[in-house]
Design a protein around this ligand. Structure first.
Ligand code: 5RP
Length: 243
């Protein structure tokens, strides 16, 4: 893969390099995932790889098809071999915040169907604690949106309903809204996730727990691979909880 390009491209190229012929691949969304799909398309053409994919957004599906990658519906396949996606924050236990690009629900559903989860990031996305630099995106129904937002505020969130640049309500591919929720300090991210998930009107949150096995961190001219076995266990880690 190329030695050129900015750090996120390095991470994207390293991720595309993990894909082998015969694999069923989950394709993430966002700018890093876009670079990965382009690199994967080149790899498929160059090495005549036979792969199939499931996309996490309509735009990724469109790009993958344009790159000559077969795109299947999630319900038409069983387990995915690997899922390659970006993230907005990663903590030392490999827990993530995702959803800046607004594809979080579909990204989580696709990731949950994969055996191996690879997350492509740049170094500044590694944080001590989730939620320091990013609000938590929460995907909600547009029905009763203001009511749901009030319930989220009652949990201590400073909320902001996501809008588009032209001032209209941002809608996900599934037609839902996103409420970005900022918390002053998140002590127990798994407990917070459960509380958010329990709010009526919420479909899912951008907190991804147990959905990152391998981190690919892009730097100028190279990418570093860090496996979860070297991560700091968290209270929600399967090895500690016995799940
Ligand atoms: C989209 C996502 C993206 O993966 C995340 O926002 C990272 O995006 P980028 O690669 O553009 O920084 O979760 O919903």
């Amino acid at each position: 893969m190329s030695q050129n390009g900015p750090p996120k491209v390095q991470a994207a190229h390293a991720a595309a390099g993990l894909v082998e012929s015969g694999m069923l691949v989950g394709l993430g969304s966002g700018t890093t995932a876009t670079e990965m799909v382009r690199a994967l398309g080149r790899r498929v053409r160059e090495y005549h790889l036979h792969i199939q994919s499931v996309a996490t957004s309509n735009s990724t599906a469109e790009l993958a098809r344009a790159e000559g990658i077969t795109v299947r519906e999630l319900d038409d396949v069983d387990e995915l071999d690997i899922c390659l996606d970006g993230a907005d924050e990663v903590d030392p236990s490999f827990r993530l915040i995702k959803g800046r690009g607004g594809a979080l629900l579909r990204e989580k559903i696709v990731a949950a169907a994969a055996r191996v989860h690879v997350t492509m990031i740049t170094p500044e996305k590694r944080v001590d604690r989730l939620g320091k630099s990013m609000p938590i995106p929460v995907e909600v129904s547009t029905v009763g949106l203001r009511h749901t937002e009030r319930r989220l505020r009652a949990l201590g969130a400073q909320t902001s309903v996501r809008m588009t640049s032209d001032g209209s309500l941002f809608r996900t591919d599934g037609g839902n809204a996103i409420v970005d929720c900022r918390f002053t300090d998140i002590d127990d991210v798994a407990a917070l996730d459960s509380r958010l998930q329990n709010v009526v009107g919420v479909f899912d949150t951008g907190i991804f727990l147990g959905l990152c096995d391998v981190l690919l961190v892009g730097y100028p001219g190279r990418a570093e691979r860090i496996d979860k076995s070297s991560a700091i266990p968290s209270s929600d880690s399967p090895s500690l909880s016995g799940a």
